[in-house]
Design a protein around this ligand. Sequence first.
Ligand code: EPZ
Length: 422
Amino acid sequence: MDIFHIEGPVRLSGSVTVNGSKNASLPIMAATILAGGKSTLSAVPHLSDISVCSQLLGELGCKVTRGKNGDLCIDSTVIDNPVGDYEIVCRMRASICILGPLLARCGRVEVSMPGGCAIGYRPIDIHLRGLRELGAKISIKNGYIIAEAKNGLTGKEIFMGGPFGSTVLGTANVLMAATLAKGRTVIESAACEPEIADLANCLNKMGAKITGIGSPRLIIEGVKQLHSAEYEVIPDRIEAGTFMVAAAITAGQLQLHNCRLGDMMAVVDKLRSVGVTVEPADNGCIVARNGSIKPADITTQPYPGFPTDLQAQFMTLLSLAEGNSIIIEKIFPDRFMHVAELARMAANLRKEGPTVIVAGVKNLIAAPVMASDLRASAALVLAGLAAEGTTTINRVYHIDRGYERIEEKLNLVGAKIVRESI
Ligand code: EPZ
């Protein structure tokens, strides 16, 4: 098990290249199930979640290889075991996004229900509701979802809104299943995340007929079959946002390459409101902070609102603001595992239900802390960059799920992070 030793405070300076998106890659890898043949995906990051997804597809019968140039090649000609095994699904909740494509391709599937999650209660009722609307017969047995559509699926108008708004992977599952359904499907209250738009663009490249991409109303004309394709996934806006906060919290200056500001307007707006400059630059931007950090209020929302996957990182930044900030988590109301760990580093935080009041302090103080989930762990790395002394972060495997060699990238721009295997 690896741990990080992070010396602070440091001032970051230099340039970083943002990787391809984890959250676009995972559903796009699942989409290759819909068409036999060899699909080639480029810019897919080297992350443990991608390895788990590759193993999952391998168990179904696919052949998944990485080319010398880093491209991921998925041969889904043979799918002879349409079962999403608990042993794999319990390691990565996003495994659930094989359900829709596997059902559309094979007509009968068994996929383990995803288990518990550190960021809170995450049901999949809307996924199942949407697939039932397409005509699937669904039952739950011994912790497995059994889904059948012997005569194929049939297109329909489906409302996919839930108590917290749209669902990202729920939209992905129903969208993928609808591509091979008979007739037209309309998904209302679809997720508008750039990762869903990327999935839809990839499906269209595989021969699907999807319109309304990027809007909450997706229209899918079902087709008889899809074909394999070559596709490049979009840059990772959450990794980019994490590096932007790294520049801001260290009063540094970073140039980010391969970063689409158009996917991050809510994030850029919030950074500018707390005194950080974000200037477009070739295929990316330059992020810098000179003056003090101003307080701000943040409410997480579905895209294009402020992303919940950057809530923890911004809490770390605002913990050093000159004044009080209020953070309201509207997507995962219990997503606050980082609060107690940041408090160990002398942050002044008060949690009331889905709200945290952040009273800015002059300095964070290094301490041994525990990583709990992917984004909370990234927030602790950012805190370590700004804190006085050497911070030790345990359970770094959480970070490796979503950030490729984060310590190497940060050390190249002035951080002092040592990874130790214990
Ligand atoms: C995706 O998860 C992302 N994961 C998450 O990123 C991200 O936090 C989340 O979207 C929200 O943006 C991937 O893309 C792999 P949701 P997903 O379904 O699709 C409720 C990261 O850090 N809900 O949009 O699982 C749900 O409980 C990860 O990279 C239902 O009630 O999230 C939540 O409160 C963490 N019923 C809200 O909707 C359902 O059937 C949004 O969840 C489905 C969801």
